[in-house]
Ligand binder design. Structure first.
Ligand SMILES: N[C@@H](CCC(=O)N[C@@H](CSC=O)C(=O)NCC(=O)O)C(=O)O
Length: 279
């Protein structure tokens, strides 16, 4: 069994907020992640909600800013909060905030120099669930959520692995990365110029594929500075309508791209996932 090093532990709403380091085989580097274990974790194993954060984030942004733990404690829902990319001196990086460390885009890179470490798709969909189920007392059920780049990650990983996740939710997700500047820059670097390979990581392409349809909830602020150029969730909502995918898009008047928006509506997302996880 892979070993975990406990870095921090705090009592929180009668449960535990913890931070761990481990050596990732998918990413070829040491990784840090956070978990919130609700107070019922010892006697009734909880389901897991994975939270994928956005550009420039580590595991600490959601853990410290979203205020999700009070309701997670009440519901008996464990939170798993990974970092957003491989990290370290030996991991390739870029000076820009939207490429390299802090900007892994939840894909498996195929292009040098990124391909040795930038395998966040495999890390989130395979390695981390295996780690969680071997080290923690959890009931086997999972859901996935995220913000912006992490909303893209939650949609792509949830849609491609419908048997693993009961529900998907996102705040201000990059729904069509193949067609917007953040996604085109990252996909060109990580996946190369053949845009047909990009479709496996684009929720607007994945939603048209046959197969099980995991329910989706999206919140989008209409005062988000990235809405027009990078996000445009209405594109995904229209495709969902055309393909009978159960997707709810809520436009929140006056809200922006920040964690203040996430803190306002995270309770709705936790209750949405809890209902689908059988809590
Ligand atoms: N240029 C900005 C962009 C960084 C930013 O806004 N990051 C967001 C996610 S954006 C999409 O993935 C974020 O969550 N930031 C962290 C936070 O705690 O707010 C910049 O460099 O600041």
């Amino acid at each position: 069994m892979d070993s975990l090093e406990l870095l921090e532990e705090h009592r929180l709403f009668n449960g535990w907020q913890q931070r761990y380091r481990h050596d990732s085989g998918s990413l070829n580097c040491a990784m840090t992640f956070s978990v919130y274990l609700p107070p019922t974790a010892d006697d009734a194993p909880p389901p897991l909600l994975y939270w994928l954060s956005g550009l420039t984030c580590s595991d600490e942004n959601f853990a410290t800013k979203a205020g999700a733990q009070r309701v997670a404690s009440e519901l008996g829902l464990a939170l798993v909060i990974p970092d957003t990319s491989p990290r370290g001196e030996n991991v390739p990086n870029d000076e820009a905030y939207d490429l390299g460390q802090g900007a892994g885009f939840y894909l498996n890179a195929t292009q040098p120099p990124w391909d040795r470490n930038y395998r966040m798709y495999q890390y989130i969909s395979e390695e981390l669930p295996e780690l969680m189920h071997s080290h923690f007392n959890c009931n086997g059920r999972q859901a996935i959520a995220g913000h912006s780049m992490g909303g893209h990650g939650a949609l792509v990983i949830g849609m491609r692995n419908a048997a693993q996740y009961s529900s998907i939710s996102a705040f201000a997700p990059i729904v069509n990365p193949s067609q917007v500047p953040w996604g085109r820059k990252a996909f060109s670097a990580y996946l190369g110029d053949d845009e047909t390979t990009w479709r496996a990581y684009d929720s607007c392409a994945l939603i048209a594929r046959p197969g099980p349809k995991v329910p989706v909830l999206i919140d989008q602020g209409d005062n988000d500075q990235f809405l027009a150029d990078q996000l445009q969730p209405a594109r995904l909502a229209e495709l969902a309508r055309q393909h009978d995918w159960p997707l709810t898009l809520r436009i929140q008047a006056g809200y922006d791209h920040s964690y203040y928006t996430i803190a306002t509506f995270i309770e709705d997302h936790l209750r949405f996932h809890a209902a689908h996880l059988g809590l």
